[in-house]
Ligand binder design. Structure first.
Ligand code: C2E
Ligand code: MG
Ligand code: MG
Length: 352
């Protein structure tokens, strides 16, 4: 069956290829009636789909455990969306030259009523499968823009607020209209908003992507490519699409341990970004060693636990006031930093 469906279908002079995923359940082990058998075959089919290439998958009871967990996430998430219970935390992006926080990335946080805090990596795919990502994404975007505007109004230094956009949101019919409506409602300058798209989303339908990015670009919205280098990168799109900032995938940054070989990719991306006049961001920095190389290579910005984990908005406001770890600065910039530390000491001293 897989081979038969894989053949090209000729429709209206177009050659169409249909990806196939087959789920199989077997009587009587996987169910005694048609309804159960079809339900379990369906579960196995979703598992096959996740493998990402045409294949078939036999049902196993373990899949049911996963399917139930998924369903529980879906139900609770639906309720959370209605009550607007999910809320974003913020993680700083830091200018590697000055040590200043340039931007925040809004990262959704959600507490499941029974399982507690669940990672977005687990529930975002469920939200995408069920279409819930549209109200969830809209809520995060609105919250992020409202928060950024409030910080700017309070005189706090913030250049951009970055929001992750998933494939389904980006392709949704009213996506751009929604973004502009939120900017309008919250009064945030489009130049202060950055949309983070993964390269796979950009490349999926390259032609429509190019035209879709025109309006946000013209309004000044920034565009970052998340997880740069992790997918089927086509370097041509860096020229073709109006990208502002490639964000080097953390898997490359984590390989920096000191030996030249392991840092080659990071060095190459930074120098390529510089020649294309893009703002390069190193993501997932955890150690001093991982900081030194991007800094030496004149990478523009970085993000990672080394500076700060994602924190609730109240804590982020404190980071904006006080700055992140002073250890980031070397050489000439250290003077400014020392001055900032001194001021911070005084403040702490005065407030006891
Ligand atoms: P991302 O956009 O690449 O965000 C960075 C992720 O890496 C965050 O995980 C962040 O907490 C984590 N991270 C940052 N620095 C470090 C580090 O130094 N070490 C390690 N180990 N991890 C670090 P998080 O918050 O769990 O989010 C995971 C992914 O979920 C995000 O990856 C993004 O793709 C997605 N996501 C999060 N919030 C949203 C949202 O509001 N909308 C959409 N569509 N996706 C979201
Ligand atoms: Mg991101
Ligand atoms: Mg990322």
């Amino acid at each position: 069956m897989l081979h038969a469906v894989a053949e090209a279908h000729s429709i209206d002079l177009h050659e169409l290829h249909v990806p196939t995923s087959i789920g199989v359940s077997v009587y009587p082990d996987d169910g005694l009636d048609a309804e159960t058998l079809i339900k379990n075959a369906d579960t196995a089919m979703y598992q096959a789909k996740e493998n990402g290439h045409p294949c078939y998958q036999f049902f196993t009871p373990a899949m049911n455990v996963r399917a139930v967990a998924r369903q529980s996430i879906e139900e609770s998430l639906r309720r959370a969306v209605e009550r607007q219970e999910s809320n974003p935390h913020d993680q700083p992006k830091v200018d590697l030259r000055t040590g200043e926080i340039t931007g925040a990335e809004a990262l959704i946080r959600w507490t499941h009523p029974v399982r507690g805090m669940i990672s977005p990596a687990e529930f975002i795919p469920v939200a995408e499968d069920t279409g819930l990502i549209l109200p969830v994404g809209n809520w995060v975007l609105r919250e992020a823009c409202r928060q950024a505007r409030a910080w700017l109004d309070a005189g706090l230094p913030l250049t951009t607020m970055a929001v992750n956009i998933s494939s389904m949101e980006f392709r949704a019919e009213h996506f751009l209209g929604g973004v502009f409506a939120i900017l309008n409602d919250t009064g945030l300058d489009p130049k202060s908003l950055e949309l983070e798209l993964t390269e796979n989303v950009l490349l999926k339908r390259a032609e429509s992507t190019e035209s879709m990015l025109k309006a946000p670009r013209a309004s000044g919205i920034q565009l970052a490519v998340d997880d740069f280098g992790s997918g089927y990168s086509s370097l041509r799109y860096l020229r073709k699409f109006p990208v502002d900032a490639p964000e080097i995938d953390p898997s490359f940054v984590r390989q920096i341990t000191g030996t030249a070989d392991e840092s080659t990719i990071v060095t190459a991306v930074i120098s390529m970004g510089r020649s294309l006049k893009l703002r390069v961001v190193a993501e997932g920095l955890e150690t001093q060693a991982q900081l030194t190389l991007p800094q030496d290579q004149k990478c523009d910005e970085a993000q990672g636990y080394y500076f700060s984990r994602p924190v609730p908005p109240e804590q982020f406001a404190k980071l904006l006031k006080n700055g992140v770890r002073e250890a980031i600065l070397t050489g000439t910039a250290r003077k400014t930093c020392q001055r900032r530390i001194a001021i911070r000491f005084t403040k702490t001293f005065l407030t006891g």
